[in-house]
Design a protein around this ligand. Structure first.
Ligand SMILES: [Fe+2]
Length: 370
């Protein structure tokens, strides 16, 4: 085993019960005017929006709310948020939500200070001016967006694509698991699978290193037994399990921040775009195959993962298949289209054993062309 590693993660993560209230002075340091970026419901349902507004009222911070972020946020919507931040004169942005609002809030900060960047221009134009400072409050246990420098957006042509780098890190992440307590069962499962996929994909990625693997092992050890419980009953997790899932999703985020995602995420985007499959389920369906590939390149690490999870490849596959019980098939014609589109997909290069677009097309046909 090699202990070589490097790690860059500039987010100040402040976790624990009532972390917002306890650390409210940070908001005064960030400025006098804030744009809050959220989706339409989860920020309110989780209680995070209310808590934040109370603090802003106490501190005389003026705020406006941009709550148009949907799942798989469009670049055009984020651009609209950026224009709103600029016109409002926001000193900083707070993103509240699961992966979509958090990823969108990162883009809003970039658009706000870079008027030359419009919609899909975020993928090609240089970020000339420093983005607005961003604080994020997570409300689901999956994304890891709180601690990664990645924003996954949807292009004008409907395709998901990420943008990443030093301009896409939050300055602060407030991590209070209580904001995840109201997440419904199905979303809890999907987001937990997303976090599991982040941990596994990044640990075996060519960019992953010793530290990435350690973060990932901690994460899967916490997530898997809870997923097992969820597979056996339709009951919502206990608060202890909710807390564990949230902190496991942050550890998976640390791993993701270094290792990045492999072919399950690359292929999963297609299931979300074309068949509306929730992100976590869309990636998880490819995890058993990813682990088979991973075993070929890193058998010891593969064993360490199953030891940490306390399960076998067969059991893991059974649980994934149970959750990913999709009711659609995919035509060979569509799979051929994917094969062409995936010719240079960076997630494939970031997978073990040289997985390529032909392997992906074969896997897609095995799973979906019945
Ligand atoms: Fe993900």
């Amino acid at each position: 085993m090699t202990y070589d590693f490097s790690f860059y993660m500039p987010v100040n993560v402040i976790g624990g019960n009532n972390t917002l209230q306890k650390n409210k002075n940070i908001f005064s340091e960030l400025g006098k005017k804030c744009l809050i970026v959220t989706g339409s419901t989860s920020a309110k349902k989780s209680g995070a929006l209310n808590d934040l507004i109370e603090i802003f009222n106490e501190l005389n911070i003026e705020y406006a709310i941009f709550d148009k972020i949907t799942e798989n946020p469009l670049t055009a919507t984020c651009y609209e948020g950026g224009v709103m931040a600029r016109e409002f004169g926001a000193d900083f942005v707070v993103g509240i939500g699961g992966g979509s609002p958090l990823d969108a809030s990162k883009a809003v900060c970039v658009y706000a200070t870079n008027p030359h960047i419009v919609n899909d221009g975020i993928y090609t134009e240089k970020v000339k001016n420093k983005p607005l400072p961003l604080a994020v409050i997570g409300t689901t246990s999956g994304t890891g967006s709180e601690v990664s420098g990645v924003s996954v957006l949807t292009r004008e042509n409907g395709r998901k694509q990420s943008v990443s780098g030093k301009n896409y890190y939050a300055k602060y992440a407030f991590a209070d698991a209580k904001y995840t307590y109201s997440v419904p069962f199905y979303t809890t499962v999907s987001t937990a699978l997303d976090a599991l996929a982040h941990a596994i994909e990044s640990a075996f990625s060519p960019r992953g290193d010793f530290l990435t693997q350690q973060f990932a092992l901690i994460s899967v050890k916490m997530i898997y037994p809870i997923l097992e419980k969820l597979s056996k009953s339709n009951e919502l997790p206990s608060t202890d399990d909710r807390d564990a899932l949230y902190f496991a999703s942050l550890y998976a985020g640390f791993a993701l921040n270094k290792g990045g995602t492999g072919f399950p995420h690359g292929m999963g985007y297609a299931l979300t775009e074309d068949f509306n499959v929730p992100h976590g389920l869309a990636c998880a369906v490819f995890i058993p195959e990813y682990l088979r590939e991973a075993e070929k390149s890193k058998p010891q690490l593969h064993k360490a993962f199953f030891d940490a999870m306390g399960t076998t490849p067969e059991e893991l596959e059974k649980i994934v298949t149970q959750f990913c019980d999709f009711d659609f098939t995919i035509s060979q014609e569509k799979i051929n289209e994917y094969e062409i589109r995936w010719e240079n997909l960076k997630n494939f290069k970031n997978s073990p054993t040289g997985f390529n677009n032909k392997d992906a097309a074969r896997l897609m046909a095995d799973l979906f062309a019945k």
